[in-house]
Design a protein around this ligand. Structure first.
Ligand code: SF4
Length: 292
């Protein structure tokens, strides 16, 4: 039985917009102030016929992916958001961005790795499940993913699951996504396979090719082979905004190679363009911008 209170205290609803930027296509980037003086960033955009809110569950991310602006925030700045804060912020963003929409996807893909904050993420999802379609993306760490899936069982949640793969070779993935170090990818995928089978769903595999880093013909071929050997997975090829990582003095630029064409001839693949390049609502690109 679920016992935590579902009414949100007035303290938790002290969520307010610090900054909001809107682009021509109506994509919005919102910086919200939540209780305890913390800042969380959310995005809102229309994609593929549906309204989406990019929900954050932490005030940064400690996973340190090199291509990710959020990941450059130092560890000391990363705090878990409480479920009430996540809910209040998500509802506020909906009210501002899609006040009359009945088909809004709350995608837990903003700042933070959801498996690092499993209890609060599951509670927040449970609290908004009647109002939003739920989706979640993870980098896939075995034990944290198991803990999150346990919470899903408790709250009877079956969000659409996505994994951020981005590198098909393990050593490279560990280098560019240090949070995946020591993880056995096949075991992570087995957990996701089981989830897909149990709930008769498909797992989305996200891959963003960066120029000269993970866009070789060989990597595309390995990726196609991997996807075709997992019938419950499908591939979404993303295009991120250019990002310079000052810690590694390294640019991450969208690949100009036609990875999509290479893959399309071998497997079904969808394409995703980051919404609002001026807004930086792209994959892993939320970072606390100065608030004027
Ligand atoms: S890509 Fe995701 S998991 Fe990696 S640092 Fe960024 S927010 Fe964290």
């Amino acid at each position: 039985m679920i016992t935590f209170p579902l009414s949100i205290s007035s303290q938790a609803t002290e969520v307010k917009i610090l900054k909001q930027t809107t682009q021509k296509d109506e994509s919005k980037f919102l910086i919200l102030f939540v209780k305890s003086g913390r800042i969380a960033e959310f995005g809102a955009f229309h994609y593929n016929g549906r309204d989406h809110i990019c929900v954050s569950c932490q005030t940064g991310c400690a996973m340190g992916c090199r291509f990710c602006a959020t990941g450059t925030l130092c560890f000391s700045q990363v705090e878990n958001l409480a479920w009430e804060e996540i809910v209040a912020a998500t509802k506020l963003v909906k009210e501002i961005s899609f006040p009359t929409s009945f088909d809004v996807v709350a995608s837990f893909m903003g700042q933070g790795e959801p498996t690092s904050n499993p209890i609060q993420v599951a509670r927040a999802m449970y609290a908004i499940a009647d109002e939003f379609h739920l989706a979640l993306s993870t980098i896939g760490r075995i034990e944290p993913l198991k803990r999150l899936q346990t919470q899903f069982k408790i709250y009877e949640l079956t969000p659409d699951m996505q994994i951020s793969l981005h590198y098909i070779e393990r050593r490279k993935r560990e280098l560019y996504m240090p949070g995946t170090k020591g993880q056995i990818t096949s075991e992570v995928f087995r957990l996701l396979e089981n989830y897909a089978e149990e709930y008769e769903t498909k797992i989305r595999v996200n891959y963003v090719p960066f120029k000269g880093i993970n866009d070789s013909q060989e990597e595309m071929e390995k990726l196609a082979k991997f996807i075709s050997s997992h019938p419950n997975f499908y591939l979404k090829l993303g295009e991120a905004n250019p990002f310079y990582n000052p810690h590694y003095k390294m640019w991450f630029l969208p690949s100009k190679k036609n990875c999509y064409e290479i893959l399309r001839n071998k497997i079904p693949v969808k394409k995703f363009h980051s919404q609002g390049s001026a807004l930086w609502i792209g994959c892993g690109q939320m970072i606390a911008l100065p608030v004027d």
